[in-house]
Design a protein around this ligand. Structure first.
Ligand code: MRU
Length: 365
């Protein structure tokens, strides 16, 4: 067990001197706090694939640092020699997980730096990539705080919040998305009751959300995924807050498997269901949830992991999609760093991006 609060660790960091990506190994939590220092691209790819670093924003930050570290090692004298090697490193990291759009969003952003600077020397390109990767992380902290501020307007002191998976600080650079309002509320002396779905099969709710909520002094109750209906029926839940991995232009919100069921239950019990995520998780190029690629994961995650003995018969078929999506009609609001989008999302998400463009233009002035 950690001798300091898990809240004081960095989820993802860059050690530029050692040319390493530094992550808190999330597969070991809550029992062991192990920091990994990764220098090899294969190890960085594996860390994303194996969920040692996980959660859409944290994956994006890790990929930004990862591709910068790959770029640092490139031996090239000219842009023409540099770019193909950079592109190969980018494509490699981009193949680690398919669903969270933050991975390709961050890598595309890094690639754009190279594409926009054909006139620069290779050492200059490397320095610009360093700056961009650090900016991706710094912006993530700002976005999460903003999401927390907007999310906090949706709840009041004493409320019960149900969450699924982990969209907290452990999934981002700080605060989280779905759990950011809770952390900010705590900073202001507010108290909430948080119900964390255990989140089969990888238990991000039981292992990670419960751990970080407890560390922040929140009244936390772990429930099995199939208990959410009962907890809602008991009248203990005032709102559901979940994160997202990719939101389509119509507001369909893809998140950890089981999210769709929670959204349906919330609708049945008349509880508002909110999705909280940065604009980097909104993919306006995807029209609807059905068009999002859903990652399929190994059968052993269902049948063996977290059990002393394999718990299902040998040879049985297993279906293990890592994500599903909540239909837009089930979602009361999508909370972003530029405000809360409300239905109809085809219009309100465009408004959010308009606000973002205006804010960015004002910053450049
Ligand atoms: O498979 P994971 O653990 O990476 O899935 C994470 C989620 O589904 C989160 O809810 C989502 O990425 C948002 S994290 C702020």
């Amino acid at each position: 067990m950690a001798d300091k609060s898990i809240m004081s660790y960095e989820t993802v960091a860059l050690d530029d001197e050692k040319s390493a990506l530094v992550i808190l190994d999330q597969t070991k939590l809550p029992y062991e706090v192990e920091i990994l220092s990764l220098t090899d691209q294969k190890d960085i790819w594996n860390a994303i694939y194996l969920l040692q670093v996980r959660g859409a924003p944290a994956i994006g930050v890790a990929a930004g640092f990862g591709v910068y570290l790959a770029a640092k090692q490139i031996q090239a004298d000219t842009w023409d020699e540099f770019y193909p090697q950079f592109k190969a490193a980018k494509d490699y990291l981009n193949s680690s997980r398919p669903t969270a759009v933050n991975l390709s969003w961050a890598l595309n952003r890094m690639e754009q730096v190279v594409l926009d600077n054909r006139d620069k020397s290779v050492p200059e390109l490397k320095e610009l990539l360093h700056k961009e990767s650090v900016a991706i992380k710094d912006e993530d902290v700002w976005m999460c705080r903003q999401i927390g501020e907007y999310g906090l307007t949706l709840i009041k002191d004493g409320d019960g919040i149900l969450t699924h998976c982990n969209a907290g600080q452990l999934a981002t650079s700080k605060y989280g998305t779905a759990l950011a309002p809770i952390h900010l509320g705590r900073e202001r002396g507010m108290n909430f009751r948080v119900y964390t779905d255990e989140t089969r099969p990888l238990l991000q709710g039981a292992r990670l959300s419960a751990f970080e909520m407890q560390a922040d002094g929140v009244d936390t109750t772990v429930i099995c995924d199939n208990m959410a209906s009962q907890v809602m029926k008991n009248g203990w839940v005032n709102a559901v807050f979940v994160g997202c991995d990719r939101v389509a232009a119509n507001g369909d919100a893809c998140n950890k498997i089981g999210t769709s069921g929670v959204a349906i239950l919330a609708k049945y019990y008349g509880i508002p269901f909110y999705v909280l995520g940065p604009t980097s998780t909104i993919d306006m190029s995807i029209a609807r949830g059905e068009d999002i690629t859903i990652e399929q994961r190994p059968a052993e995650e269902v049948t063996e992991m977290w059990y002393k003995r394999r718990m299902a018969p040998e040879g049985v078929k297993v279906y293990n999609p890592a994500f599903d999506f909540a239909d837009n009609e089930l979602i009361a609001g999508i909370v972003t760093e530029y405000g809360i989008a409300r239905p109809p999302y085809n219009e309100s998400l465009k408004e959010i991006f308009k606000k973002k463009a205006e804010a960015e233009a004002a910053k450049k002035k």
